[in-house]
Design a protein around this ligand. Structure first.
Ligand SMILES: NC(=O)c1ccc[n+]([C@@H]2O[C@H](COP(=O)([O-])OP(=O)(O)OC[C@H]3O[C@@H](n4cnc5c(N)ncnc54)[C@H](OP(=O)(O)O)[C@@H]3O)[C@@H](O)[C@H]2O)c1
Length: 195
């Protein structure tokens, strides 16, 4: 268990898509002593997670493709058999892969807290409020939307470090009344870099 001044973060933790922009989140979880299963297609180079292992945590890399749901579900069940039931999951899955990927992880996530990382489009004025996907309705669903940063209209997309720091903070924050947590900002919507 870890967490300073916020909610306790309990392991084991599952991070799907944790070798790119979320590598810093994985490194932080392991440094905090948590057993962390990180899933991506390519076996991750441990160096991407920064210095880990000093806090007694364990990093378990799993190579699996979430567009192959049967094999993906098998790989996750195998990981959960090693670690015990996941208490927390961070899911960064491209939109097209979500229905299959979420159905595949659902088995291993009953009663877990699930942080679903979403692109800025989830906060567009025309977008519906993010709701728990059907497959994850038995979980505690915590959407985290990646926004942009910068003053006024002088904005840019978040760096990997900013994304990692923001998602890590969201894992430790107590749940507020908002329907989702934003990393950076998404308002005014017209200020986003691609507008
Ligand atoms: N502000 C925003 O709204 C926003 C939103 C989204 C992205 N971005 C930016 O856009 C950049 C590109 O995004 P990205 O998605 O390439 O992020 P990324 O986090 O750098 O990479 C995607 C992660 O998912 C894994 N992955 C991808 N496809 C997979 C599959 N089929 N099965 C299992 N794992 C899979 C990747 O590993 P493998 O390739 O080894 O599978 C990797 O761990 C990011 O670096 C970020 O800066 C910004």
């Amino acid at each position: 268990m870890s967490g300073v001044g916020g909610a306790a973060v309990r392991g084991p933790v599952l991070v799907v898509g944790g070798t790119g922009m979320l590598a810093g989140v994985v490194g932080g979880l392991v440094r905090d002593g948590l057993t962390t299963v990180v899933v991506a297609r390519k076996p991750p180079d441990p160096a991407v997670f920064g210095s880990h292992g000093t806090g007694g945590g364990r990093l378990i890399p799993v190579s699996a493709d979430y567009t192959e749901p049967v094999r993906f579900a098998d790989a996750l069940r195998g990981a959960a058999a090693r670690t015990g039931r996941f208490r927390l999951a961070v899911l960064w899955v491209h939109a097209g892969g979500r229905p299959h990927a979420y159905a595949a992880v659902a088995d291993t996530l009953a009663d877990a807290t699930v942080v679903e990382v979403l692109g800025s489009g989830a906060a567009a004025p025309s977008a519906p409020v993010p709701r728990p996907p059907d497959a994850l309705e038995r979980t505690r669903h915590r959407p985290v939307v990646l926004g942009f940063t910068g003053p006024g209209r002088d904005t840019r997309w978040l760096s990997h470090e900013e994304i990692g720091d923001g998602v890590s903070a969201a894992l430790r924050a107590r749940r507020g009344d908002e329907p989702y947590t934003v990393v950076g900002r998404v308002r005014p919507w017209e200020d986003r870099p691609s507008a």
